[in-house]
Design a protein around this ligand. Structure first.
Ligand code: DAH
Length: 341
């Protein structure tokens, strides 16, 4: 079967119409294959040329090649149009208004306990105290014995202890810093040491892990008067007010004399309110003159040196300072609470 020039012309016209009707790059590729592919219509025409008279063959051959070129040109033209349209549509869909305000990246910030701790350390640094740390897993010796708390001492029960392997304990107080520092360095000493402590005590008002800050000074002429002055300045700084301190005689094995310190409730001006359990006073910590036996245990001549020490809860201080009603709020990590600081 062979075709003539008129049929080739109508084939070409059909190709032009099909190309114009192709709506996508994919459809266009199919149309092109139908006409220009190996088994396409134009190829078929070229294959039949051999059966024609030489005169007709040349003419139809030229016409077929010309048709091929025109179809190729239409395909390319159409492809350009389709691609342009597709790119435009994609741009429309992906349109970004870069002038819109951003959603904002939430920034973290310090926990109230970190804020209070840093403030405490900064305050004592301004008074010449050095910062010190001690391990939370501590020997019984450093946590108790060296602090003049022998194995059968009743205060060991008060500080219900977590025992760990190898006879060590989770330190029940930051006072272990005193032992480690004083037995490794030479007096005079002037140290502040905040950190975590642990006791088997979990109730609405207690947590098995809490924070204390320990401070102590050892020198040749240190008095209880110095202790009072330092703590009064400290209390006024922390509570941001002209607070009144009260010292009540108490007993700690590692100090003699020992005192418990309270400060006058700022909320009710000592009249009594729920915050101070109607007593007018808030307990803040313990303190005293370092027991000579503790100094001697650390190799310090207690005839030459004396010192004072104090320790208080950081969590409690944060609660009082910020008016936090429940201890657990400090440990739950609830961002609604934490975002307020
Ligand atoms: N370590 C005591 C406690 O955990 C607090 C304390 C009292 C520390 C008196 C001291 C001090 O340094 O002198 O209850």
């Amino acid at each position: 079967m062979s075709i003539d020039a008129a049929q080739l012309e109508s084939l070409t016209a059909q190709a032009q119409a099909d190309i114009a009707g192709a709506e996508s790059a994919h459809a266009l590729t199919e149309v092109r294959a139908r006409y220009l592919g190996k088994k396409g219509s134009v190829a078929q025409v070229l294959r039949t040329l051999g059966k024609l008279d030489p005169a007709d063959r040349a003419a139809l051959g030229q016409a077929a090649n010309a048709a091929k070129q025109r179809i190729e040109a239409w395909v390319e033209e159409r492809r350009a149009t389709i691609e342009q349209g597709e790119r435009g549509a994609a741009l429309e869909v992906e349109r970004l208004d870069i002038t819109l305000p951003s959603a904002g990246v939430p920034l973290g910030h310090l926990h109230p306990l970190s804020l209070v701790t840093r403030d405490m350390v900064a305050f004592f640094s301004s008074m010449g105290f050095l910062y010190e740390e001690a391990p939370e897993v501590e020997t019984e010796y450093n946590n108790f014995e060296a602090l003049n708390i022998p194995a059968d001492h009743p205060s060991r029960d008060e500080q219900d202890t977590f025992f760990v392997e190898d006879g060590n304990v989770l330190r029940t107080q930051t006072s272990n810093v005193q032992i480690r520092t004083m037995s490794q360095q030479q007096p005079p000493f002037r140290f502040i040491a905040p950190g975590r402590v642990y006791r088997r005590d979990s109730s609405p008002r207690h947590s098995p892990m809490f924070h204390q800050i320990e401070g102590f000074i050892v020198d040749e002429t240190v008095t209880f008067g110095d202790l009072k002055g330092v703590l009064l300045a400290f209390g006024r700084h922390m509570m941001r007010g002209d607070i009144e301190l009260r010292f009540r005689a108490n007993h700690f094995p590692f100090t003699e004399p020992s005192a418990e310190m309270d400060y006058a409730c700022l909320l009710c001006a000592k009249q009594g309110c729920p915050a101070c359990s109607n007593s007018g006073w808030l307990e803040w910590g313990g303190c005293g003159m370092i027991h000579p036996r503790v100094l001697e245990r650390c190799g310090i001549d207690s005839e030459v040196y004396q010192g004072f020490a104090f320790g208080m809860g950081i969590d409690r201080t944060a609660m009082l300072r910020y008016g936090v009603p429940h201890l657990r709020l400090l440990f739950e990590g609830d961002t609604r609470f934490l975002e307020q600081f």
